[in-house]
Write a protein that binds this ligand. Structure first.
Ligand code: PAF
Length: 282
């Protein structure tokens, strides 16, 4: 069944008010659309845990680094609604721009520390854009539970910290990364890859696994890292923003994985920036 598409805060509040009165668990799955199986796995997780599920679709201008990146971002609302039909979600929230950022909007939610590394450095302002829009979506929906992919692990940790610091009564769930058959992490940005670049893209996860396996086998992480980066550049990647092991909790850099940690990577292929992360053995 196609869910109602709501475009204003007032309509969203009118939909959720009776659910809240009845004490139902309301799950929110924030997205920017161009839905793929990774997003749909979040919807499935929300359906399992919550009586009501809202999927939000909003291409958030505040989290893009350049106007070109924002303009190129895929927008596929009709196809997205069709993909959601089989999940029987309760509402699809597609707010108009002025519902999120009305004239005179002047608040910015910034989370420090966790954003001083990786994408926080390479995409200045990105996480403030994410934290601001997610805080608004949490406030507008009064959701009890929120579902985010581990593919964007830094984002997941930033959102958790933001909700905790602002005392927002919501449980943030991290859900496993969903991959294509060749290992490439699903991402809306994969749609921007040419056919040729798409064949090269799995080298990223291959090299991440090579480094993780080498470190687990006792190899020096710095040597394994430089071999993997060299292999990526040979394969056709044009640059690597980071390729490093960091702690899960505070994202601090680890020279060797002595506590729960992940290998995080961001690399450029044919003008498209791919990111991924995998757990490493401690
Ligand atoms: O992960 C995304 O798609 C976006 O960053 C999010 C969480 C929907 C905020 O715009």
């Amino acid at each position: 069944m196609t869910a109602p598409i709501l475009r204003s805060v007032a309509d969203l509040r009118a939909a959720t008010a009776p659910w809240r009165r009845e004490g139902q668990r309301i799950g929110i799955v924030p997205t920017m659309g161009a839905l793929h199986d990774g997003h749909l796995s979040l919807v499935a997780a929300a359906k399992e845990k919550c009586e009501r599920v809202i999927v939000t679709i909003f291409v958030n201008p505040r989290q893009f680094s350049t106007p070109e990146d924002l303009a190129n971002y895929p927008r596929t609302e009709h196809a997205d609604a069709a993909k959601l039909a089989r999940f029987n979600v309760d509402a699809i929230y597609v707010p108009d721009g002025d519902q999120m950022y009305p004239a005179g909007f002047s608040t910015n939610v910034t989370v420090s520390d966790l954003t001083d590394v990786m994408d926080g450095i390479h995409r200045p302002g990105h996480f403030a854009g994410v934290a601001t829009v997610v805080a608004k979506l949490f406030a507008q929906s009064s959701a009890t539970d929120a579902f985010f992919g581990e593919k964007d692990f830094q984002q997941l940790q930033v959102v958790r910290r933001m909700a905790r610091d602002l005392d927002i009564p919501i449980t943030v769930h991290g859900c496993p990364t969903i991959r294509e058959i060749d290992g490439l992490a699903m991402s809306s940005r994969n749609l921007l890859l040419s056919d040729r670049a798409r064949t090269v893209a799995p080298a990223l996860i291959d090299q991440m696994e090579a480094m993780a396996d080498a470190v687990a086998a006792g190899r020096d992480p710095a040597a394994a890292q430089s071999d993997s980066i060299a292999a990526l550049l040979r394969a056709g990647f044009t640059g690597v923003d980071y390729f490093e092991i960091r702690a899960n909790d505070d994202l601090s850099l680890l020279t060797s994985p002595t506590r729960p940690a992940r290998l995080f990577a961001a690399a450029w292929l044919a003008g498209v920036r791919l990111i991924d992360n995998i757990p490493v053995q401690t």
